[in-house]
Design a protein around this ligand. Sequence first.
Ligand code: CAA
Ligand code: NAD
Length: 302
Amino acid sequence: IITRGLATSAARNAIKNVTVIGGGLMGSGIAQVAAQTGHNVTLVEVNADILKKAEGSIVNSVGRVAKKMYKDDAAAAKKFLEETQSRIKGSTEPAKSVSDADLVIEAIVENMDIKHKLFKSLDEAAPAKTIFASNTSSLSIGEIASVTSRKDRFGGLHFFNPVAVMKLLEVVRIPETSEDTYQAMMAWGKAIGKTCITCKDTPGFVVNRLLVPYLAEAIRMMERGDASARDIDIAMKLGAGYPMGPIELSDYVGHDTSNSIVQGWHKKFPDNPLFKPCDSQQKLVAAGKLGVKTGEGYYKYN
Ligand code: CAA
Ligand code: NAD
């Protein structure tokens, strides 16, 4: 029940049912934090096997969160895990999954054509009230939204890996995003425990526009032989206070992801030296050494 005093547009638009499309690294984390904070979540994947893998990684991560939240209370930790799990249902049918969604967050592969195909079909299937958002790292939100008839109910919600731990949410407005949609996205970000910042629809928004060139500069420093990977990482951890060094962070983000971001920007802005793809990173991608997720990148993981 919304009292008269609280009957603001943000309260009227309160988001309860959330559909997350794509249950990979980011989508499974987004589904997790939404469910942990009491939202009904539908998680959509391409097949049942991948859904199962996503559910496994969610259980693992909620377990870590619960252990921290309820240090001395195993029963409360178990209840938190069970309640979170019970709020997530899996689906392999994107169109059906949005029939009662207040918010849809897309976290599928970083490819404009594939995102367009998905949003076109979701736009036809979802009710008028549904807000659409993309978790894209580097593509233009306006260009993604262009295939829908709801640009006023479209924005970016850009999360950070690991979603359960990183406190920031970038809320991206395009010129067409309505004030109600923007306020609803900001309120939802707060409701899931994130600190929100407002971004324009510029390449990389705030974090990636600064982080991606920094990671590439570190790789170029290593390629020139100016310092070893290990020393560059130690330098930035102990000399600049970063939790991870840039070479280990590039392994953590994934070389497919970082390389596709710089490739896309290099194509659009060929004269910007900060967006130049790195030779060694392209070699890693070609060899399938994508970083932590495949067990090897610049470093080896077991
Ligand atoms: N789920 C739940 N909890 C997790 C977790 C996960 N997936 N990963 C780590 N944690 C928790 C751990 O349980 C641990 O909790 P306690 O403090 O209670 O022990 C805490 O986080 C710290 O983890 P660890 O002790 O394992 O390791 P750490 O201290 O090195 O922290 C880290 C790990 C949080 C990843 C930290 O190294 C870090 O912040 N690294 C930088 C990450 C970063 O920059 N991410 C952004 C990448 S860019 C991006 O995402 C945007 C894009 O578009 C590409
Ligand atoms: P990922 O490869 O781990 O996961 C993508 C998932 O989407 C896969 O499991 C795939 O099966 C699924 N998928 C593909 N097409 C689908 C469709 N049509 N319907 C349903 N599911 C589909 O990728 P990720 O790292 O989670 O990245 C997802 C998005 O989030 C990308 O846009 C990426 O740029 C962005 N992002 C990535 C990071 C990061 O650090 N990796 C951080 C922030 C944002």
